[in-house]
Write a protein that binds this ligand. Structure first.
Ligand SMILES: Cc1ncc(COP(=O)(O)O)c(C=O)c1O
Length: 360
């Protein structure tokens, strides 16, 4: 008997590969494979979550009203322009549900965040991948080529800024020029999952660009700098009707009360957040500097990870790192992405990198 008929697009969807966990049982082992925050939740978060856990028999506030009030104040945007979801990847998927289907095209840089091809394929739209530019020292979006790739069928463009996995970030001038070229009926999604780690002042804050551009939507997350990856909460900032479409496509009650309360408590802990992010940025500077003095060519990263283009040596490097006590994220045949973590973990990675280079 034939099984249930599934949509054709489901076949061949690449499955999302989570970063490998730290190896159990070794003397020391650190996970540098998922761009997580090595710090525990911010002060006040555990207390809020514990209290919220007392109401697990109730559905959460579907309108996320307290969270939107807090975000609205923090970012100076109207609450009606906010839409939270189950991680920013959940919101990205809703954006596709709202804009694209069979016969449509979705543009993104490649290599970029590996969820883009998956969620695009689920939507039924075709992926249009535009290679990164600038060689191993830059690995940035080729915005001119991306603008050239726009056709009558384009419905959405993902711009990952800073780019996962290379860390390269785009300036205001570059993005404004790009946005001026994209038709107003094409949604441009500025995925700023790593915004808090940006230190280069030329790199634009998407919230400044969205204000007078109704076709721009900014994605942010509590998973990275805020350290709440396990709770699944991210959000979009967009004008109506995009924000309204996100509310319509949301899984009902998708953002748990625990996640909402944790996000609110994290926003109230801004000082501690800034301190931790600053410490990670310092470590990033140290790691990049050390890699370069070892002789590696690495793109400037504005995120909480660094990228080594290793080509065919990618999995050998990942294996070597795991043996030494750190799991990194290999992209077969291309390179490895290594999260900036605890100082001890970063040191192990640097030792592996130094030894590996000598063997080449
Ligand atoms: C560029 C980018 N966007 C979005 C996400 C998704 O984050 P979350 O769904 O946890 O908010 C990630 C996570 O790795 C990412 O790298």
């Amino acid at each position: 008997m034939p099984g249930p008929r599934l949509r054709g697009v489901i076949e061949g969807i690449p499955s999302y590969k989570p970063g490998r966990p730290a190896a159990p049982g070794g003397p020391v082992s650190y996970k540098l494979s998922s761009n997580e925050n090595p710090y525990p939740p911010l002060p006040g978060v555990l207390e809020s979550v514990t209290e919220a856990a007392g109401s697990l028999n109730r559905y959460p506030d579907m309108g996320c009203s307290a969270l939107y009030a807090q975000l609205s104040e923090r970012f100076g945007v109207p609450a009606a322009h906010l839409a939270a979801g189950t991680g920013s990847v959940g919101v990205a998927q809703q954006l596709l549900q709202a804009t694209a289907g069979p016969g449509d095209e979705v543009i993104y840089a490649w290599r970029s965040f590996e969820a883009y091809p998956i969620i695009t394929q689920i939507s039924g739209a075709a992926s249009v991948r535009v290679p990164l530019t600038g060689g191993a020292a830059r690995e940035a979006h080729d915005l001119d080529a991306m603008a050239d790739a726009v056709t009558d069928r384009t419905r959405l463009v993902f711009v990952c800024n800073p780019n996962n996995p290379t860390g390269a970030a785009l300036t205001r001038a570059e993005l404004e020029r790009f946005l001026d070229r994209v038709p107003r009926d094409v949604l441009v999604v500025l995925d700023e999952a790593y915004r808090e780690f940006v230190r280069d002042e030329a790199v634009v804050d998407g919230l400044e660009l969205y204000r007078d551009r109704p076709n721009v939507c900014v994605l942010r997350t509590f998973s990275k700098a805020y350290g709440l990856a396990g709770l699944r909460v991210g959000f979009a900032v967009a004008h109506e009707p995009v924000a309204a479409a996100l509310r319509k496509t949301a899984v009902p009650f998708g953002v748990s009360e625990l996640a909402q309360e944790a996000a609110i408590a994290s926003l109230r802990s801004e000082d501690a957040l800034l301190e931790r992010v600053e410490a990670l940025v310092k470590e990033r500077t140290r790691v990049l500097g050390e890699l370069r003095s070892q002789g590696w060519t690495v793109p400037e990263s504005q995120a909480n990870f660094v990228w080594l283009r290793l080509g065919e040596r990618t999995s050998a490097f990942a294996d070597r790192a795991e043996e030494a006590g750190v799991t990194v994220r290999p992209f077969e045949g291309e390179g490895v992405r290594v999260t900036i973590g605890e100082t001890a973990a970063n040191d192990i990675f640097l030792q592996v990198a130094a030894a590996f280079l000598k063997e080449l």
